[in-house]
Design a protein around this ligand. Structure first.
Ligand SMILES: Nc1ncnc2c1ncn2[C@@H]1O[C@H](COP(=O)(O)OP(=O)(O)OP(=O)(O)O)[C@@H](O)[C@H]1O
Ligand SMILES: [Mg+2]
Length: 291
């Protein structure tokens, strides 16, 4: 006001009224914007709630469906087992081939159902970690036994490197084994000759790095980012022949996160791939509730 000493009292009053009018208009405008923002927030909240419900429904659907599929698949597998063992009389070579085909397909379906069930459990936050002390040598021995029937007589060698200088681990060995099993079966699937090599070494003082390296078809660098997402598969002639669901690596990523670690890949098309998982030597567990 010191700047306008020449204004008459009337002019001053009208200026003040004008300024007050402008301030009121501005306040009203702000008020409206504020209400608009609040309405948008409410809408967002509602949409988030709907998304949560949809995701919940999807998880529940997946787990019910997987449960329903398990029983009949179990029967198919045990009956094909009885037939192959010829408990009810001999089979011709052609019948053996047909039964093997049925049981192979049932096993594939059963693996897929297990993956879907795991996924649903993780999404619903219902998968639990049961850590225990164990030795890497036992884990490698179990994996070697599991894959022996598959690699025997194949053109691909499956090599487990002796883990040197590794202490015992305190983590969920079943989850870790599942990650490695999925890495190894992918490597065997996408490698027609050469080797698949499984190794373990200390990454730093409190983390261990497991790697599965192969001399297979490899993966173009621009695809590496999406590999660990649900249902992500790379188009290749091998892929068409071998199917699969594209859930394996996404489960590996989630299992690794449950174990407090992470997964990754290095790969060159035509040369081979290395998939790895880095986890803490000892998983941090919530202190037991003593009440
Ligand atoms: N060792 C590998 N070499 C080359 N490509 C690979 C390798 N591992 C994975 N991939 C590519 O990544 C894709 C995703 O792998 P993922 O294990 O998630 O699915 P999948 O093996 O196709 O099916 P599923 O594991 O569900 O049976 C594969 O389809 C393949 O294209
Ligand atoms: Mg796979």
């Amino acid at each position: 006001m010191a700047e306008s000493p020449n204004l008459t009292p009337d002019e001053q009053a009208s200026l003040i009224a004008q300024l007050q009018g402008e301030a009121t208009a501005l306040r009203n405008e702000l008020e409206e914007t504020n209400q608009g923002v609040l309405a948008l927030y409410a809408e967002l909240d509602e949409q988030a709630e709907q998304l949560r419900q949809a995701s919940d429904l999807k998880s529940r659907f997946l787990s019910y469906m997987s449960h329903e599929f398990r029983t009949p698949l179990g029967s198919i597998l045990s009956i094909t087992g009885l037939l192959t063992d010829e408990l009810d009389g001999p089979l011709s070579p052609e019948q053996h081939k047909q039964v093997a085909f049925v049981s192979g397909a049932a096993r594939e379906l059963s693996d897929m159902v297990d993956d879907l069930l795991d996924l649903a459990k993780i999404e619903a936050g219902r998968i639990s970690i049961s850590p225990a002390w164990f030795d890497m040598l036992d884990l490698f021995a179990a994996l070697r036994g599991m894959f022996r029937p598959i690699v025997d007589g194949s053109a691909v060698d499956l090599i487990f490197e002796e883990p040197v200088g590794l202490p015992r681990l305190f983590t969920d060995d079943k989850k870790l084994a599942q990650i490695l099993r999925k890495f190894i079966s992918n490597s065997l699937k996408f490698t027609t000759r050469g080797e698949v090599r499984v190794s373990a070494r200390l990454e730093n003082s409190d983390h261990v790095r497991f790697a599965v390296s192969d001399t297979g078809i490899g993966i173009a660098p621009e695809l590496h980012g999406a590999l660990f997402e649900d249902f992500s598969q790379v188009d290749s002639p091998l892929q068409k022949r071998l199917r699969g669901t594209g859930l394996g690596l996404s489960l590996c990523k989630r299992f690794a996160e449950l174990l407090g670690g992470e997964v990754g890949v290095q790969s060159t098309p035509g040369a081979g791939s290395t998939f790895f998982v880095i986890i803490p030597l000892a998983i941090a567990v919530e202190p037991a509730d003593e009440t």
